[in-house]
Design a protein around this ligand. Structure first.
Ligand code: FAD
Length: 294
C-alpha cells in the first residue's frame, strides 16, 4: 500500500468511526445517559497517525456548531455500565435480571419461548419480541442458526491501562512501526481519571501468558513513555544553581587562562579542556540524579 492509499484508508476509517460514535451518543441521549457519559468521559476530536517518527495523517472530528455532542468520548466500560444500570432501575417498565442465562429459544407463532437458567432454577418465558445482544460470539444466534459474517484477524494485543499525570494532548495517537515498538502498531487513548490506554500490537505468535507478566509489560511501557524524572522542588533548585555556578566558574577560568597563558594553551583549553570539564560535570549530575529516575 503506498502513502496515498494509506492516507485514503485512514480518512475512510475516520469518517466511519465518527458516524458510529455520533450514533452511539445519540442513542445514549435518547435513553437518558448522554449527560452522565459526556461529563465523565474524555472528549476528543483530533486523531494523529504516525509512521515511525513522522506524522503522516491527522483528522479533526470537530462537530458542526449545532451538534449537541463532541466527536468522540472515551470512557471505561464499567462507568458506562454503571450509568446504564442506574438509569434502567429508574424505568418502571424495564425489568433488569442479573445471573439469568438463556439456555434455549423456541420460535412459536409470532413470538418465541425461552428457557432461562438462574441460581434459583430454570424458568420459561414467552415473548412477542426477542432482541438478542449477547455479544460477538452469540450463543443465541447460533441456537437459531443465524449466521453472522465477520472477519477474524489473527493478531494479539497487549492492552495496558496506565494511571499517570502527563501532558499529552487529549487526542488519539496511532503509530505504525514506531521506534519504541518496532514492526508493530501502537494506539494511545486518554480515558477518565488520568488513565491512559495503550494498545500494543504483538503479532499472532506472541504468548499471552508471557506477555502479561509485569517484567515484560513494564519495559514496553517505559520504552514508549520514556524514563520519567520526578525531582523534589529543593533538588531542582540545587540542579539549577549548580548549572549557574558551573558556567560562572567556566567563564572565570576562561579569562584567567586567556590572559595568563600563551595563546596555544588557551586554544587547547577551549578545544579540549572546557569540553572535558563539561563532560565531567554532566556525568557527575547524571550519577547524582540517577536515584530519582523511576
Ligand atoms: C480486551 C478487549 C478490549 C476492548 N477495547 C475496546 C475499546 O477500547 N473500545 C471499544 O470501543 N471497544 C473495545 N472492545 C470491544 C467492546 O468491548 C465490544 O465491542 C462491546 O463490548 C460489544 O458489546 P455487546 O453488548 O455487543 O457485547 P458484550 O459486551 O459481549 O455483552 C454481551 C452480554 O451478553 C451476555 N450473555 C452472553 N450469552 C448470554 C446468554 N445465553 N444469556 C444471557 N446473557 C448472555 C454476556 O454475559 C454479556 O454481558 C474491546 C473488547 C475486548 C475483548
Amino acid at each position: 500500500m503506498d502513502h496515498f492509499e494509506l492516507v485514503e484508508k485512514l480518512r475512510e476509517r475516520a469518517n466511519v468511526s465518527y458516524e458510529d460514535a455520533k450514533r452511539a451518543l445519540e442513542i445514549l441521549d435518547r435513553y437518558g445517559v448522554g449527560d452522565a457519559v459526556c461529563s465523565k468521559g474524555v472528549s476528543w476530536n483530533v486523531g494523529r497517525t504516525f509512521f515511525r517518527d513522522s506524522e503522516v495523517y491527522n483528522f479533526n472530528l470537530l462537530p458542526q456548531p449545532d451538534h449537541k455532542r463532541p466527536g468522540m468520548i472515551n470512557l471505561q466500560q464499567y462507568y458506562l455500565e454503571e450509568f446504564e444500570i442506574t438509569r434502567a432501575k429508574e424505568l418502571p417498565n424495564l425489568d433488569l435480571r442479573f445471573k439469568n442465562k438463556v439456555l434455549s429459544v423456541t420460535p412459536q407463532g409470532d413470538g418465541a419461548t425461552l428457557q432461562v437458567e438462574t441460581p434459583d432454577g430454570i424458568y420459561s418465558l414467552e415473548t412477542d419480541w426477542l432482541v438478542v445482544a449477547d455479544g460477538a460470539r452469540s450463543n443465541i444466534r447460533r441456537m437459531m442458526n443465524l449466521e453472522m459474517d465477520g472477519k477474524v484477524f489473527m493478531d494479539r494485543f497487549l492492552i495496558a491501562d496506565v494511571v499517570m499525570k502527563a501532558d499529552f494532548p487529549v487526542e488519539r495517537w496511532f503509530w505504525f512501526d514506531p521506534p519504541f515498538h518496532k514492526g508493530q502498531s501502537v494506539l494511545l487513548h486518554r480515558e477518565a481519571d488520568n488513565v491512559y490506554r495503550i494498545d500494543f500490537q504483538l503479532g499472532w505468535q506472541a504468548d499471552p501468558e508471557e506477555e502479561k507478566k509485569p517484567e515484560n509489560v513494564i519495559p514496553r511501557i517505559k520504552a514508549m513513555l520514556g524514563e520519567q524524572l520526578t525531582l523534589p522542588e529543593p533538588v531542582w533548585t540545587k540542579v539549577n544553581l549548580s548549572w549557574i555556578a558551573f558556567f560562572v566558574v567556566m567563564g572565570f577560568l576562561n579569562l584567567i587562562i586567556a590572559f595568563n597563558f600563551p595563546t596555544d594553551i588557551w586554544v587547547n583549553y577551549k578545544l579540549f579542556g572546557g569540553m572535558g570539564l563539561m563532560l565531567v560535570f554532566v556525568l557527575g549530575q547524571g550519577f547524582l540524579l540517577s536515584k530519582y529516575v523511576e
